[in-house]
Design a protein around this ligand. Structure first.
Ligand SMILES: [Fe+2]
Ligand SMILES: [Fe+2]
Length: 250
């Protein structure tokens, strides 16, 4: 089914679309500002001047992303300052579960970037071709910046895993960060997911997006000699079709 693009808010067809769009925008704005806040925690633990400098860039870009989405919210009359002031703290804003995102040292910081920020980008990229053009345009800018965030996350995890003791610790914590990242995609096939696809707000069910995310992680895990957690290690119901294998490194 081809869906006509909606170029401005006045062209929104009905209340249901408007409500869903606002929900997606608020969730995204919350994640962008949370990203900036959690990168602030990572900054404390970053090992070198150069890592700290890169993190400041990431943090600044998350705030820029927040502003892009917040401007769309403001267009609907949302008081954006109140949204920031009254919203949950960073960790809760991201996945709905504060325990997912506590950054207590550099290993946590790297896992946040490598797992969580990356998952949020995969989730968000769905909006680029979505039916609400202003969101598509804003998202295209965000996704471009996020390429660097993804590369930095990969670089940091590869650096960490050169030390066998650090690699062991990364593996030990992996199930926890994995569960948090998977929470970002939500449960597949929900009525909300189905409506978003019908209305063209997204093109695919979140299960397909999650599968692409896992595919993107596989070669990095292979290089780092890491594995996905086993299903029983993850505190979350994972869809049975999810492929948790990692090829051996070349
Ligand atoms: Fe972002
Ligand atoms: Fe990011």
């Amino acid at each position: 089914m081809s869906i006509n693009p909606i170029r401005k808010k006045e062209d929104i067809p009905d209340e249901r679309y408007r409500k869903m769009l606002l929900t997606l925008l608020e969730r995204q704005a919350g994640r962008e500002i949370a990203g900036a806040e959690v990168f602030g925690q990572c900054l404390i633990h970053a090992p070198t001047y150069e890592h700290k400098l890169q993190l400041v860039r990431l943090q600044r870009e998350e705030l820029k992303h927040f502003k892009l989405i917040a401007d769309l919210l403001a267009d609907f009359g949302v008081d954006v300052d109140a949204f920031v002031r009254n919203g949950a703290r960073g960790e809760t804003r991201f996945t709905g579960n504060a325990a997912d995102l506590q950054v207590e040292d550099w290993i946590d910081g790297v896992l946040f970037n490598f797992m969580t920020d990356r998952a949020a980008t995969f989730q968000l990229a769905e909006y680029v071709k979505g039916s609400y053009s202003p969101l598509g345009k804003a998202t295209a800018v965000v996704v471009r910046d996020e390429e660097f965030h993804t590369r930095f996350g990969e670089r940091c995890i590869e650096e960490l895993c050169q030390d066998p003791r650090a690699r062991e610790e990364v593996q030990r914590r992996f199930a926890k960060w994995f569960a948090g990242a998977m929470r970002i995609f939500g449960r597949p096939g929900t009525p909300g997911n189905r409506y978003c696809i019908e209305a063209g707000l997204k093109s695919r069910d979140s299960a397909e997006v999650a599968a692409d995310y896992l595919d993107s992680l596989r070669p990095v895990l292979a290089r780092c000699q890491l594995r996905f957690p086993r299903r029983e290690e993850v505190s979350l119901d994972l869809p049975p079709e999810l492929d948790l294998t990692v090829p051996s490194a070349d």
